[in-house]
Design a protein around this ligand. Sequence first.
Ligand SMILES: Cc1cc2nc3c(=O)[nH]c(=O)nc-3n(C[C@H](O)[C@H](O)[C@H](O)COP(=O)(O)OP(=O)(O)OC[C@H]3O[C@@H](n4cnc5c(N)ncnc54)[C@H](O)[C@@H]3O)c2cc1C
Length: 506
Amino acid sequence: MSEPTSLAWFRRDLRLHDNEALAAACDADRVVPVYCLDPREYGDRPFGGSDSFDFEKTGAHRARFRLESLSDLRSSLRDRGSDLVVREGRPESVLPEVADAVDADFVTVHTHPTPEESSVEAAVERALGDGGVELRRFWGHTLTHLDDLPMALSELPDTYTTFRKAVESAAEDTDESDGGAGDESTDAGDPAGRDPLPEPTVPPLPGDAPAAGDLPAVSDLVGNSVAESRSAPDERGVLPFDGGETAALDRVESYIWAGDHLREYKETRNGLLGADYSSKLSPWLNEGCLSPRYVKAEVDRYEDRRVANDSTYWLVFELRWRDFFQFQFAKHGSDFFRREGIRERTDIDWRSDDAQFERWAAGETGVPFVDANMRELNATGYMSNRGRQNAASFLANDLRLDWRRGAAYFETRLVDYDPASNYGNWAYIAGVGNDSRDRSFDVRWQANRYDEDAEYVKTWLPELDALPAEYAHEPWELSEDEQATYGVELGVDYPEPMVDLDDSSE
Ligand SMILES: Cc1cc2nc3c(=O)[nH]c(=O)nc-3n(C[C@H](O)[C@H](O)[C@H](O)COP(=O)(O)OP(=O)(O)OC[C@H]3O[C@@H](n4cnc5c(N)ncnc54)[C@H](O)[C@@H]3O)c2cc1C
């Protein structure tokens, strides 16, 4: 028997497709979709823990993307006769008020394993419970469902390869034991992977629902950072990254199908310039405009219709990295945010130096490959995986500055920020996370290997344009005469390197 009224509490699941929490809300006769702009997610906040520091939680790139995503979701719901009620306020205050106004019986939400998100859920559950309203949680942001893991969370391997092999082999075993053609399993509880859910029928917004409310402007959320927002997109950026489910599905279509780029993903994925060297799906996946199960289903369809090769396998391999960090955070929780990391390493002497940190953040280190990547991040909110590995390694391993400050800077700036992927990858590179091997990157070697002709570095550092490729990567090797010849004076046109890479990467 259906219950009369529900709230569909949207968070990082701003989509109609494959949305179990929304589908469950739509079991009720009356449904009010709600989104809360939580003030704790904006402005300057302390990092917390020992040696805390302040940082801006959400920068303009992600705020812009999120607002566009909300606008797109609202417009899709309006097309279906519903709406999205948006309120600025803490969910534990807003949701009981809205629930009370429409006399809701239950609220549905997608749960997240990261500490801040979990504590908000707990506060909402308590506040709703006081009014006799139930919070129903669903797991919906990973490729493999939490309940389908082939091991208990406490037994989750801390190395990716072990995790991936276990998940892959459980999926293969299930495939083999499936009934074959005509078999209709895989809707739930299936290690082979659940199919994406169809879009539910959303009932019209009830007449007693509160007014939908206006969406704020980017500048209302992030103050003075408007300059980096959408009003001035940088033409050098890999993609404009329009927020929302509509743009997400368009990107899947254009990357996988129209552009046919999936067939060569494994060969191109270490690129640095242009829209199509990698999928660029991360902002949509992390804001929940796109379901990873939908992406996997499209890869399966592509394999059936066009080609199944190393590249098609590898996109799913990368999605499993994303899963890995989500489950790691479910297992280790806030230990990931400690400077010593989940490995409790106390043998590293992390330094604190504001001036050095600011140079790194501004892309003024004097090491072009690092600077170009940081300038791309600052201008666009995106950086390639190769760039992230090098920029992070430079801060953590060459400068030995507290890796959490670098990670927090990425948290502010990234358009595709995700707590588990960001802090998990940073901890990994800093040597305090999921790998005991040295993850230090030789930035010079990497620059020459992945940006052989220095096209990337020159795109983001036009002041080095006149230099031959080898000097564009190592301008400190220029003699004074060569500096005069090329019109690049070190310390004037481009900074002297802030560290001797020979000393730091011993
Ligand atoms: C220091 C550092 C910080 C990072 N911070 C984030 C972050 O905040 N959010 C984020 O989504 N990714 C993060 N990554 C992972 C990776 O760099 C991005 O997912 C990727 O660059 C996004 O571009 P894409 O969608 O074109 O990736 P593709 O190469 O097309 O990969 C497809 C998808 O797989 C997932 N993926 C790929 N690599 C990783 C990885 N190493 N870890 C987790 N998931 C992965 C992403 O969801 C990605 O969209 C970080 C990596 C490093 C080294």
